[in-house]
Design a protein around this ligand. Structure first.
Ligand code: LLP
Length: 464
């Protein structure tokens, strides 16, 4: 078992022990059936591919719900004040996921008009929607304001636009505004996904906060009731988050000197997940408890009333809940060098390896108990040498054309960053649970690919 795909199954030794989804490689419902085949949510993965085509994103409902519930319950357990979990939908925003997390009592963090529109269309209550972003167009701000969402102001242009827009609207209830700033906290993650250090494009510099708070205090049209900071993503350390809570409490104190009543503090997201056996992230409960205690202690130490604690995890909610299934194609053996097997997707459905050198683990869904007997490099089908899905993967011997290869932990920042590079249609996604599967994203068709194309008259084949 150590030397087969079975080693990746969740909790092989103690099924009673509830681990966080972010500490597992496969979704919580992953099992292997008597035919040696992988099942997720009670559905046979290879059969799902038969039915819905390949490649296919397979999203496990139980894993998403468990992660949401663990965040919610831990906040209740460790934070004496009110709290709200926002799902950072940049990780994967679509109607079904917005509705799913909302049904677990979560709000949603959106970063564009498109994400906001999707969440609204999914029926998410606007008072649980928070609009982020370092560039918000006026129409994006307008959409948020009209619907009564909270705006997380990132810069002076946001604040000035909000004041102007508020004067155009009726009735003139103040617009709920949070202030985002860079907390000046370093953490160990890929440089592209670090945001808390001072040299960051996001949020106000801490030096500007006095001016910002004094401005907000004099603006009856804006209700400056919250502050926000986020330090980065795929973080395994707890200390930077604890430091962040202390910085936030300090900042609540500063705002109160200007007469602002900060009732909401948002600590951002960032909890890492297990992509390989080498990754050992803290549990959701450990992350929440560290932050909650440190914020509560820091507020008590300053005699501040406890604000409502918001956090906005993305990756740890949806990342471990999904796998991507591909179909194996040609094999190329270069003697004494490397064996490649190509699959029917790649950097268009998962741009993370080529963008961040991310490492994934892979199993063969129809041969789960076969010994891992060879090392091969799984290549994507794009016309680019760097389009490698998994380098040096350990797989059963002689992977054959038609085998179903499953890459784990693909729920976060895969579909949301997918492209049509080389004009590949985006794959479908199915939601699985209790032996049922439901399409949540249709596979794009060739006609979808040319839907936005326009052929000027002079270029038409029948033009003179
Ligand atoms: N809140 C803010 C303000 C954020 O910028 C982010 C992520 C989150 C919350 C959610 O962080 P999470 O819990 O997912 O770590 N595309 C990159 C990740 C970019 C993260 C951007 N911000 C990747 O594929 O690794």
């Amino acid at each position: 078992m150590e030397n087969s795909g079975l080693q990746y199954l969740p909790n092989p030794t103690d099924p009673q022990l509830e681990r966080s989804p972010n500490q597992e490689l496969l979704p919580l419902t992953a099992r292997v059936n008597s035919q040696n085949r992988l099942e997720i949510g009670g559905c046979d993965v290879a059969q799902l591919v038969d039915q819905f085509g390949s490649p296919l994103y397979i999203l496990d409902e139980t894993t998403v719900r468990t992660a949401c519930r663990q965040y919610r319950d831990a906040l209740k357990k460790y934070y004496p004040g009110e709290s709200l979990v926002l799902y950072a939908s940049k990780a994967w925003n679509c109607l079904a996921l917005c509705a799913l997390v909302a049904s677990e009592g979560l709000g949603i963090d959106v970063v564009s008009g498109g994400e906001l529109y999707t969440a609204l269309e999914a029926g998410v209550s606007p008072d649980r929607l928070y609009l982020h972003g370092n560039y918000k167009s006026r129409s994006e701000l307008q959409l948020a304001i009209e619907n009564g969402c909270t705006v997380v102001a990132d810069n002076w242009l946001d604040l000035n636009n909000l004041v102007e827009l508020s004067s155009e609207r009726s009735p003139k209830a103040p617009i709920p505004v949070m202030v985002r700033f860079t907390p000046g906290i370093e953490c160990h993650t890929h440089e592209y996904i670090r945001t808390g250090h001072l040299d960051s494009k996001f949020g106000f510099d801490p030096n500007q906060l006095d001016e910002v708070f004094s401005f907000l205090a004099g603006q009856p049209s804006l209700s400056g009731n919250g502050i926000h900071a986020h330090i980065g993503s795929q973080i395994f350390e707890l200390q930077p988050h604890q430091d962040l809570a202390a910085v936030l409490a300090e900042t609540v104190g500063k705002a109160s000197q200007y007469g602002l009543n900060i009732t909401e503090v948002n600590v951002g997201g960032g909890l890492g997940i297990r992509y390989t056996e080498a990754d050992d992230p803290p549990s959701i409960e450990a992350w929440v408890s560290a932050i909650a205690k440190s914020l509560a202690d820091a507020c008590r130490g300053k005699n501040l009333p406890l604000p409502k604690l918001l956090c906005e995890p993305g990756r740890s909610i949806v990342g471990p809940a999904c796998v991507t299934a591909y179909t194996v194609g040609p094999r190329k053996e270069i003697p004494d060098l490397r064996t490649y097997i190509s699959v029917d997707g790649g950097m268009s459905d998962n741009p993370r390896p080529i963008t961040y050198q991310s490492v994934y683990r892979v199993v063969v869904a129809n041969r789960m108990a076969d010994p891992l007997a060879e090392t091969v490099t799984v290549a994507g089908k794009h016309c680019e040498s760097g389009d490698i899905v998994v380098k040096d993967a350990r797989l059963p011997a002689n992977c054959r054309v038609g085998d179903i290869l499953v890459v784990m932990g693909t729920g976060a920042y895969n579909y949301s960053m997918a492209s049509n590079y080389n004009r590949l249609p985006r794959p479908s996604a199915v939601l699985v649970g209790d032996g049922e599967s439901h399409i949540i994203l249709e596979r794009e068709t060739y006609s979808d690919l040319i839907r936005q194309d326009r052929l000027p008259n002079q270029l038409r084949p029948d033009s003179p």
